[in-house]
Write a protein that binds this ligand. Sequence first.
Ligand SMILES: [Zn+2]
Length: 635
Amino acid sequence: MRNFMRFIIVLIISFFEILSSATAQQSGKAVKLEVDLREAARRIYHAKMEFPVKPGPFTLVYPKWIPGEHAPNGPIVDVTGVKFFANGKEVSWRRNTVDLYAFECEVPAGAETLEATLDYLLPTESGTAGVPSASAQVAVLPWNLVLLYPKDTKSDDVKFSAKLRIPVGWKFATALPVAKESSEGIEFETVSLTTLVDSPVLTGAHMKTYDLSPGQKPAHRLNTAADSAAMAEATPEEITVWRQLVAETGSLFGARHYRHYDFLLALTDHLQPNGLEHHESSDNRVPERTLHDPDIMETQMDLLSHEFFHSWNGKYRRPAGLATPNYQEPMRGELLWVYEGLTQYYGVILAARSGGWKPEGLREYLASTAAYLNDRPGRAWRDLEDAAISAQTLYGGRTAGNSWRRSVDYYDESTLIWLEVDTLIREKTGGKKSLDDFCRAFHGGEGNEPKLIPYTLDDVAAALNGVVANDWKKFLLERVRSHGPGAPLGGLEKSGWRVTFSSTMNEHQKAVEAAEHAVDAEYALGFFVHYPGSDNADEFAEVVWGSPAAKAGLTAGMKLVAVNGRKWTPDILREAIRGAKGGKEPIELLVENDDFYQTAKIDYHEGERYPHLEAIAGKADVLGEIAKAKAPPVR
Ligand SMILES: [Zn+2]
């Protein structure tokens, strides 16, 4: 998954017990699953299943811990219409009173199959019920939304034969192998539950497919589905970038752990921007105009590279605590700073290597990342490792309070940590080796099909030691358990750059502002505020803990009304900040707090402040070297 939550308000059973557990399921036979998406535009998915069973007690469970989401967020609240049938009669079920994801029943004598139905009601907004997966014109089907499976089984062992119906005239794309297609629907090959859940379907009225590795094996495809035909079209420049991305990963890892790879890209404003990694595909969701709006593209440039990198780091290699045998077993997120952190670093670096981000673009992105993390008061009480351990509570958390609570900081902060590992390896080996050598050793190996090899921190440290000797475990733990006060900026310095502030706006921040419709005055007054007329208009998305605005009594959720007595606009706010520079008079903000108005006088006189990277005199541009393409240019 990729972190989208910084600026916007968006929202044990042992292994052996599982193996030996007796259930009424007959082993060997596949579960038949029929899913009907023809009412996707009405936000309803229908499903029917047929389980091979034996008479006796039988429990079916709904997936709770979803791979890549690192949280027990299977949206059980919207699972409706659950009914069981056997021998032509309805079979009553009772929900487990502690585990609300478990449906218990008694299979009657003589029954060899149990039929189950369910409807999944899709939310139209993100919230505690989950996230939207369909618009009027585009639908994504993560199979875990519409299925049950026998309790205490391993997802590798349960087989599913799935059939799918989509709206008339719609197309579809998925990594799941198709057995047969007819007017009755699409029949997929029988696969394990692991593979099924790992292979979502993208379908829509307006779809395009692009070959990202023409004439080569394995195949790589970009499949787009948009709310309009024109917005499903990628530009030739974008296709060149993503072809180069495929080439760069080949050069980086030397092996691929999939039979083919499908980027699924949903372009609609009605799904929350997100990305979810899979072994042979990725489920990417972005605003409708992304492929044709440079500002939005700038903020999404590392999305496909991030999710693609996960095929190696996250799917092929996964922390042992996240490599669970099924979707009910709790996950442990303590190594998410490797799973998500290393992926965030390479997602950004690969976006640069493949030409998506120019060197200046990469520097502006890193300046913005380093600056906000360096000024993260929450570090005083919460270290990065605790954020990783707490992952299941932090995803979906609100932006308000993030500077003191901390958020899923193991994405961005780990970018800085892995940059330090990369630059330290380069320093210790005189530029002969780099973190790329670690990736090749750790994520390479034999390829061509999906496989999972779990790892521990000791395995990571050992592989790094294989590249160059160092006490890597101590090095990494010191960083993830640090209380600062500042961010780990050692790598940035070794890469030849340091953070500096000026009144010129940061180009990456500018693109984020335009895409998110929120003024970023984080390093001056200390807040983000949504544009007038936008979603959450005039609202402070976050007021940084300890900032001048916080000291003047402001907090997230309040609304900005006027600046120095005049109805506010982004320009009027910026002019007031510039006007107060070097002066004595405070900036006066009229704000609304529930039904009450209050005036906040902010004593701030340093003008506009935006972060940039400045070259350190006498140091080589190692960052530039890291970001250079490593594979020959594609045509
Ligand atoms: Zn991720």
